[in-house]
Write a protein that binds this ligand. Structure first.
Ligand code: F6P
Length: 554
């Protein structure tokens, strides 16, 4: 299939018809399915890299799997995948290649795209980042007064923030002692103010991360940080000459704009327009990670991605874990009308993973038109959300267990905690794991009225205590939260997102939906500032809110 060809209408395929029939006749009964098939758990479990993925508690049968695989083939997920890996311009609306997979290829590979060996380019930048990271980590890179760096502050938003924050949090045990990262993203001035308030300007290094280097939030925060630095140094009687060069580096595809901001291009790390913002944590956008966890761990992180890339690129659809998971999501969205998908890490260090996935999945697949501009023919894009377990259990799990909506959920955990601790006889990590197992079992198998009655429950409250079960979950178990495993988890969800996007025929790599609000904010800003002509051009509600704001503002 050529990259620009009209997408296949998935609803017109024989596989879709088959799935419709299967859905109509299906009465999900996980209790019975497990009872009838002692091999079920094993049969629907897979390995990808170090991840063990158990799909058996899903609404999955051999017939469903076969029809989903047939659907993937009918819409040419494999062909489109190959086109992505080869560097074809599958980002149609921006006419770009989509090559985040090239960011994690080993240096021994080559991939020529538009006449350029992109793998060589990637490794040239990686070496520059690693050299910089080593200098900061060893104390060779110093601030303007000769002191080593203690705090690295990443300023970015969206893909230039969420990935670095999530991975930094996930890999905290790998952060070099004496080094710390902070992240400023929001244009709310309180974000920057709070994050720098207790910092020592002499030992602070800012990384301005912006693919475009035009993003209002990031450039505003970068200017505020620069002002803070210069004022804080001056307040100590320190000359600010050359301070920006010592305390600011940048990550961007727009190196000319970096220079215009006043950052020495020698201290800028580039990447390319074929890396989407939400797919960029493994590019120079991860510089804050290379500095804090070190080049070796960053290289392991990249090798984790690559292992899953290899699996996705080579495994047949029926054995291809990201593809199967993406297809299962389509099954739930389009046939069971599931509108949301929970991601529940039973690993405190992954507490930002759901937020990270929100951008990855929703900015990618929240679309109403296909890549040829025609309207989509089926619902697209689930709402991804979640919180770490066990905290979520005491908040929203009630709705997962007994609410009226079907919410497929991914449970993620690891076998080995970074901090193995005992509480008396109990291994505390095993208490966490027991909760993980208990929740997935409860969601799958529920509790019948008879079981509730057998506990002596008064009849009047039996219905309230019944659990229907048949609430689908996927369990993902990794050996430990290593850099490699974190890379694998991210790549897994990247390829799940890709698979769904291809079935729906959408360009998962543009994000035009964020543009209107950005433009309006720039138009409204003068009205808020008091420009009468700009104010007069606003709608009645906006004017009223501006009036109210002016009345309230001291
Ligand atoms: O607003 C959306 C977006 O373009 C994201 O896709 C991107 O990750 C983010 O803004 C930040 O963009 P940049 O890295 O260019 O500052």
């Amino acid at each position: 299939m050529s990259t620009t060809r009209t997408p296949v209408d998935p609803t017109a395929t024989a596989a879709w018809k088959r799935l419709t029939e299967l859905h109509k006749s299906m009465e999900p009964d996980l209790r019975a399915w497990f009872a009838q098939d002692p091999q079920r758990a094993e049969r629907y479990s897979y390995e990808v890299g170090d991840l063990f993925v158990d799909l058996s508690k899903n609404f999955l049968t051999d017939e469903v799997r076969d029809a989903l695989v047939e659907l993937a083939e009918a819409v040419d997920v494999p062909g489109r995948r190959d086109a992505m890996f080869a560097g074809e311009h599958i980002n149609i609306t921006e006419d770009r290649a989509v090559l985040h997979t090239a960011l994690r290829r080993p240096a021994t590979d080559t991939l020529t795209v538009d006449g350029q060996d992109v793998v060589a380019d990637v490794h040239e930048v990686l070496e520059k980042i690693y050299a910089f990271a080593r200098r900061v980590r060893s104390g060779e890179w110093t601030g303007v007064t000769g002191k080593p760096i203690k705090t690295v502050v990443n300023i970015g938003i969206g893909g230039s923030d969420l990935g670095p924050v999530m991975v930094y949090e996930a890999l905290r045990p790998y952060v070099q002692e004496g080094l710390e990262a902070r992240f400023i993203s929001n244009i709310d001035p309180n974000d920057c103010a709070e994050k720098v308030s207790d910092l020592d300007p002499e030992t602070t290094l800012f990384i301005i991360a912006s693919k475009t280097f035009t993003t209002l939030e990031t450039l505003t925060n970068a200017r505020m940080a620069r002002t803070w630095l210069l004022e804080a140094l001056a307040a100590r009687g320190i000359s600010t000459d050359g301070a920006v060069a010592k305390h600011f580096v940048a990550v961007s595809t727009a190196l000319d704009k970096v220079e215009a901001f006043g950052i020495d291009p020698a201290n800028a790390f580039g990447f390319w327009n074929w890396v989407g913002g939400r797919y960029s944590v493994d590019s120079a956008v991860g510089t804050v990670l290379a500095v804090t966890v070190g080049p070796e761990n960053f290289a392991d992180f990249l090798s984790g991605f690559h292992a899953v890339d290899e699996h996705f690129a080579t495994k047949a659809p029926a054995e291809n874990v990201p593809m199967l998971m993406g297809l299962l999501n389509v099954w739930y969205v389009n046939f069971f009308q599931a509108a949301s998908h929970a991601v529940l890490p039973y690993a405190q260090y992954l507490h930002r993973f759901p937020a990270y996935l929100q951008q990855l999945t929703m900015e990618s697949n929240g679309k109403s038109v296909r890549w040829d501009g025609s309207p989509v023919v089926a619902d697209t894009g689930e709402i991804f959300w979640g919180e770490p377990g066990t905290n979520g259990q005491h908040a929203f799990f009630q709705l997962l267990h007994q609410g009226t909506r079907l919410i497929p959920a991914d449970f993620i955990t690891v076998a080995n905690p970074a901090h193995p601790v005992k509480d008396g006889e109990a291994d505390v990590h095993e208490l966490l794991l027991s909760n993980f197992l208990a929740q997935t079992a409860a969601l799958a198998f529920g509790k019948t009225a008879d079981e509730v009655r057998a506990e002596g429950t008064p009849e009047a409250i039996v219905p309230a205590r019944v659990f229907s079960g048949n609430r689908p979950t996927t369990s993902i178990l990794a050996p430990a939260l290593t850099p490699t495993v974190v890379g694998q988890l991210i790549a897994l969800y990247e390829h799940i997102t890709f698979t769904e996007g291809i079935v729906w025929g959408i360009d998962s790599f543009d994000q035009w939906g964020v543009e209107l609000g950005k433009k309006l904010a720039l138009e409204i800003a003068p009205a808020v500032r008091g420009d009468e002509a700009a104010y007069a051009g606003q709608d009645a509600s906006t004017r009223q809110l501006i009036d109210r704001y002016r009345g309230l503002r001291h």
